[in-house]
Design a protein around this ligand. Structure first.
Ligand code: PEP
Ligand code: MG
Length: 593
């Protein structure tokens, strides 16, 4: 897997004012950007011309500053302004600033203005990292000197902002004048420090139908031009330097969002009931609490999977019990949700935990992740358990343990849960009476001993993302083996069927919360399996509901029975595709990829 280990993923929360998802490059918009044109130098000879222009602009800037200094000193008064001018002159002569700009011209074949802008951005990045407030503020001197050089380069002409490629605009705020200066067809999304639902940025974004998140407070401080960035205008999130896992999730969400756009939303709030009256509960999978409104808007009856490991990202310190509680509080009180399943954190493997990850493992998917990690780091785990139990006093909650591989692990996790519960009660802290306990079935051994595990818990939730990777022995994030990742492999279907039957025989609820649950092509198969709950990316819900409402349990069971007799993945896939195409020609057009 190749991805940038240096830059950690982090998330900013703001106000989503225009829905949609965009994955792209950031472009930090300063007002003086309007004077910064970009063009690439088609002829290598032009490089010398640009360097000469740059040096000339430096000389002119110095001359102007010296004249200004003289004028001020002739006027008398304090020494401060003169001193500041000296600082600006020093900046113009700074070897690093000059060399870096020339290097940008040479290596990137860009015009002098753009090369200088890149240099200033670099400085801003360095200064932003400084601990000392005073020093951090000194970036303004560099910007001031930079603006003077730019003005000399462009001759003060105003230029329409054209970043070349399509970008996500990051700004403190955007006035009508700012947006008027942009080549709007190059703007993928907006993210701003300030603003609300009715701010100009929001209105423009909605009218041109691009996602926007405002009120982020410090997005201009922490995002740099060219940073890789995801804007989720529906959830009000900005994700910077997304790692492969997050990127993949959002690519999926983006596709789903686009698909969900049309008339599908009509289905969001209709019951997930087949034409012959069989109902299945629909959950939403969320990574951030801010996604709850989106889950509700897309028709989730409850939250089937809250991936709490995301609480651990974007921090220098580990989250405290109160941090956890603050998150869970937002989950329990929501009247539109009939249930909420908090999955204890699943860190390790491909999951985000770069900073605190105990060590890099050779084979992280088979390593110390999820419940294994939690049982080992008991004190860390107890912080989360305490918060979940305290939240359970405020409303109905389900707790779910990931990656359980056998009876010992669930017993140990429960023992810790009860221990923490007793401690809380002894401290006079209220806890809920009836928290339901469940496990994810995502390790083949758990599926095989499901009968024993069912005696220990109130529900199962089948995590097909991992279950498939472990059944088929393929790393789920290794793009070289994705062709083998096959939910319709007979081994996968047989094992899932077995788990549902065992769970139902034991009288417990069986859900599915892996991506498979949200893939409409599999919906009839899943109906045939009689899962109690399908929990998915909220954006997938309307389409899945559409299929459920157009099917019958009877035909779904017949489909399942038929595919269970087929021996190869290819045969199953062909059969399922043919059936779905026949039954839902609009949803599965013939030439669809
Ligand atoms: C799964 O494995 O199917 C699952 C839902 O969990 P995650 O994707 O977070 O590992
Ligand atoms: Mg999993």
């Amino acid at each position: 897997m190749v991805h940038d280990e240096q830059k950690n993923t982090f998330v900013l929360k703001g106000i989503g004012v225009s829905p949609g998802i965009v994955i792209g490059k950031a472009y930090l918009f300063d007002r003086y950007d309007a004077q910064v044109p970009l063009y690439t130098l088609s002829d290598p000879k032009l490089i010398t011309v640009e360097i000469r222009r740059f040096r000339k602009a430096l000389r002119e800037s110095e001359k102007q500053l010296l004249e200004l200094k003289k004028k001020l000193s002739d006027m008398g008064g304090g020494m401060d302004p003169l001193y500041i001018i000296d600082v600006h002159i020093m900046i113009l002569k700074d070897r690093k600033l000059v060399d870096l700009t020339i290097q940008n011209i040479r290596e990137r074949s860009v015009n002098a203005e753009w090369a200088l802008r890149m240099t200033i951005d670099k400085y801003r990045e360095i200064f932003n990292r400084m601990d000392d407030d005073y020093l951090r503020g000194r970036i303004s001197d560099i910007q001031y000197a930079g603006q003077r050089i730019l003005a000399n380069l462009t001759g003060g002409k105003r230029v329409v902002l054209d970043p070349g490629e399509s970008v996500v605009i990051i700004a403190n705020d955007l006035s009508p004048a700012d947006t008027a200066q942009m080549k709007i067809d190059k703007v993928l999304a907006f993210a701003t420090d300030i603003g609300g639902k009715t701010s100009h940025t929001a209105i423009v974004a909605r009218s041109i139908e691009i996602p926007a998140v405002v009120g982020l407070e410090n997005v201009t401080k922490v995002v740099r031009t060219n940073d890789e960035i995801i804007i989720d205008g529906s959830a009000g999130l900005v994700i910077v330097h997304p790692d492969l896992e997050v990127r993949k999730r959002y690519e999926g969400k983006k596709r789903l969002f686009e698909k969900a756009q049309d008339d599908l939303l009509d289905y969001a709030h209709l019951p997930a009931t087949t034409r012959d009256g069989y109902s299945v509960e629909i959950g939403g999978n969320i990574e951030f609490i801010e996604e709850i409104p989106s889950a509700i808007a897309h028709g989730a009856d409850g939250i089937g999977l809250y991936r709490t490991e995301f609480i651990y990202i974007n921090r220098d310190e580990l989250p405290t019990e109160e941090d956890h509680l603050a998150n869970y509080r937002s989950l329990v009180g929501v009247k539109e949700l009939s249930w909420a399943t908090i999955r204890t954190f699943d860190l390790g493997g491909d999951k985000l935990f770069s900073e605190r990850h105990p060590s890099r493992e050779l084979n992280p998917q088979l390593g110390l992740r999820a419940i294994r990690f939690c049982l080992k780091e008991a004190e860390l785990f107890k912080i989360q358990l305490r918060a979940i139990l305290r939240a359970s006093a405020l409303g109905k909650l389900r707790i779910m343990f990931p990656m359980i591989s056998g009876i010992e692990e669930i017993r140990e996790a429960k023992r810790m849960l009860f221990e923490v519960r007793a401690e809380l009660l002894a401290q006079g802290k209220p806890v809920g009476q009836d928290i339901e306990i469940g496990i994810m079935i995502e390790v083949p051994s758990a599926a095989i001993v499901a009968e024993e595990l069912a005696k220990e818990v109130d529900f199962f939730s089948i995590g097909t993302n991992d279950l498939i990777q472990y059944i088929l022995a393929i790393d789920r994030i290794n793009e070289r083996v994705t062709y083998l990742y096959e939910p319709l492999h007979p081994a996968v279907l047989r094992l899932i069927k077995e788990v549902v039957e065992v769970g139902h025989r034991a009288g417990i609820r069986v859900a599915m919360c892996g991506e498979m649950a949200g893939e409409p092509a599999y919906t009839m198969i899943l109906l045939g399996l009689e899962l109690d709950e399908l929990s998915m990316n909220p954006l997938a819900i309307p389409r899945v509901k559409k299929i459920i409402r157009g099917s019958t349990l009877k035909e779904s069971k017949a489909l399942l029975d038929k595919v269970m007799t087929l021996s190869s993945t290819e045969m199953i896939r062909n059969y399922v595709e043919k059936t779905m195409r026949k039954r839902f020609p609009d949803e599965f057009p013939k030439n669809a990829p």
